[in-house]
Design a protein around this ligand. Structure first.
Ligand SMILES: Nc1ncnc2c1ncn2[C@@H]1O[C@H](COP(=O)(O)OP(=O)(O)OP(=O)(O)O)[C@@H](O)[C@H]1O
Ligand SMILES: [Mg+2]
Length: 208
């Protein structure tokens, strides 16, 4: 089973958005489940918005993440963990202990890039007991062709944590889909560009 955790040290970086959309994409070809480890329970709220019992399931892993992941092992090949917005939270520690891959969404701003240093430290510490842990920054809410987006690419090169080439743009589709508990894959043409970049990210990072 592959365990992928969305971690970060800032609120609003895009952990929940990427969790539900990457998991929705993967569930089309592999048995995938989300474990919500964030006390805000946003992924669980997203699931509750859906008007159908079918589709991607979300388990509550806030109080006992290890137990929820064990439960997820039954019948699933892929688990995505949505973490709270702090590397100091016990759930984030536990997720970094359990996961194979940590994805770290970060907004393309210098302040947010600098803040990733705390995540790098948490990943380094986690590797003492989880030596094969992979960690990757994911640029989220990119506005291409801006001067800032070019500067951010240069800034990334100075960090020791690698970043995926595939970036996620700022798109209305990500916001509207959540209103109905949907993924961008269920929005038809409105979600197509977003769906394509999510698939590109999955393929580049070899999540499946
Ligand atoms: N690529 C994007 N394009 C447009 N809006 C986005 C994008 N990614 C995230 N958002 C919006 O930004 C806000 C924060 O995203 P999200 O809730 O996924 O972040 P988070 O890291 O899970 O936050 P928290 O730390 O509070 O759990 C939401 O309103 C979401 O719809
Ligand atoms: Mg969240």
């Amino acid at each position: 089973m592959t365990i992928i955790a969305l971690v970060g040290n800032k609120g609003g970086a895009g952990k929940t958005t990427l969790t539900v959309n990457i998991a929705s994409a993967m569930s089309q070809t592999a048995s995938t489940v989300v474990v919500d480890a964030d006390p805000q329970r946003s992924s669980l709220q997203w699931r509750a918005m859906r008007d159908t019992p079918q589709g991607l399931n979300v388990l509550d892993g806030v109080d006992d993440l290890a137990q929820a992941v064990d439960q997820a092992r039954d019948g699933h090949t892929h688990v995505m963990i949505d973490c709270p917005p702090s590397v100091h939270a016990s759930q984030t520690h536990e997720a970094l202990r359990l996961c194979d891959i940590a994805l770290v969404p970060v907004q393309p701003s210098p302040l947010d890039l600098w803040a990733t240093v705390h995540i790098e430290q948490a990943v380094e510490t986690a590797r003492e007991n989880n030596p094969t842990l992979r960690a990757l920054l994911i640029i989220n809410q990119l506005e291409p062709r801006t001067r800032l987006s070019k500067l951010v690419r240069q800034g990334l090169a100075e960090l020791s944590m690698p970043a995926a080439d595939a970036a996620i743009r700022r798109r209305v589709a990500y916001r509207v889909s959540v209103l109905e508990g949907k993924s961008v894959f269920e929005l038809g043409s409105q979600g197509r560009a977003a769906a394509e970049e999510i698939l590109q990210l999955i393929s580049e990072v070899n999540l499946q």
